[in-house]
Design a protein around this ligand. Structure first.
Ligand SMILES: NC(=O)c1ccc[n+]([C@@H]2O[C@H](COP(=O)([O-])OP(=O)(O)OC[C@H]3O[C@@H](n4cnc5c(N)ncnc54)[C@H](OP(=O)(O)O)[C@@H]3O)[C@@H](O)[C@H]2O)c1
Length: 249
């Protein structure tokens, strides 16, 4: 693997993953929704104004692609979450969640395929969340947009894996665990079992090293059951569950 394309790399998991792959010596293409951060690394190329909710995002990436090599690994990190309850629903926010998490990735992959940036041997990792697993919903409702948009992404990933298998392109869904959030003073939240973006990116890279066409169409938690609240109730004692852990849909 030489060339990595990361969608949504200005913050959080995408930023950490981009920096780690740059350090590893990969050629990294990283996208930003607005202007691009300053970068001095020769193997990090930013592409600005990539909004995954825009139909032409894939074509824009292809238009700004500068190397002869195609995409060996595509990781879509871009996501949007807004909490809601049955008593307090927000139509606009729900539309943004579905467009960002599920509809956008479908069109982006379509665009990259049709411009030839994805080819036989490419691998696609869609960053989903255990929140998108229907089986793991156990005793807590709410967050309709957050859960259902990731469930929709899981369906998109499964369908892509079927359509792209004959082309030799592997597609997987991953949960990287819940991420700790840093406040303006630089302090990290202390959410139980939550990881820093660097820890999550490390675990994701280790899992990606094992990802080939034999895992296409699967849904994996790269940090095992860590932070999955319903794991014990639905999947059994957490100390018997492996890391990484294949998740039920
Ligand atoms: N954080 C968690 O606890 C958690 C848990 C489970 C799953 N996940 C999933 O893991 C992924 C990464 O999470 P994170 O916490 O690192 O996210 P984050 O800090 O919110 O970063 C999201 C990244 O996506 C970009 N982005 C947002 N909307 C976009 C759009 N419409 N088009 C293109 N880029 C867009 C953001 O760019 P801007 O800087 O322009 O906003 C940012 O670079 C997401 O898919 C999230 O759903 C996160």
């Amino acid at each position: 693997m030489r060339t990595v394309l990361i969608i949504g790399a200005t913050r959080g998991l995408g930023e950490a993953l981009a920096h780690q792959y740059v350090k590893q010596g990969m050629q990294v293409y990283a996208t930003a929704r607005y202007s691009v951060p300053q970068s001095t690394a020769h193997n990090l190329q930013w592409i600005s104004h990539i909004d995954i909710t825009h139909e032409g995002a894939g074509r824009r990436i292809s238009a700004h692609w500068e190397s002869a090599s195609k995409v060996d690994l595509l990781v879509i990190c871009a996501g949007y979450f807004a909490s809601d309850t049955l008593e307090d629903l927000d139509m606009e926010k729900q539309l943004v969640m579905y467009k960002t998490c599920a509809i956008g990735p479908t069109f982006l992959v379509h665009g990259l395929l049709h411009t030839g940036l994805l080819k036989s041997g490419s691998r696609i990792v869609l960053v989903s969340g255990e929140s998108g697993s229907i089986t793991l919903r156990h005793d807590r409702g709410g967050n309709y947009g957050g859960h259902a948009s990731k469930a929709a992404l899981n369906m998109v990933g499964k369908l892509l894996s079927i359509d792209l298998k004959p082309k030799g392109i592997a597609v997987a869904l991953v949960h990287t665990g819940y991420l700790r959030i840093q406040d303006k003073e630089g302090n990290w939240s202390k959410k139980k079992d939550a990881a820093t973006p660097e820890e999550a990116a490390n675990a994701l890279r280790a899992w990606i090293d094992t990802f080939d066409i034999s895992k296409t169409g699967q849904f994996w938690s790269v940090r095992g059951p860590a932070g999955i609240r319903s794991a014990e109730a639905v999947l059994g004692p957490v100390d018997t569950l492996p890391t990484p852990l294949q998740l039920p849909w």
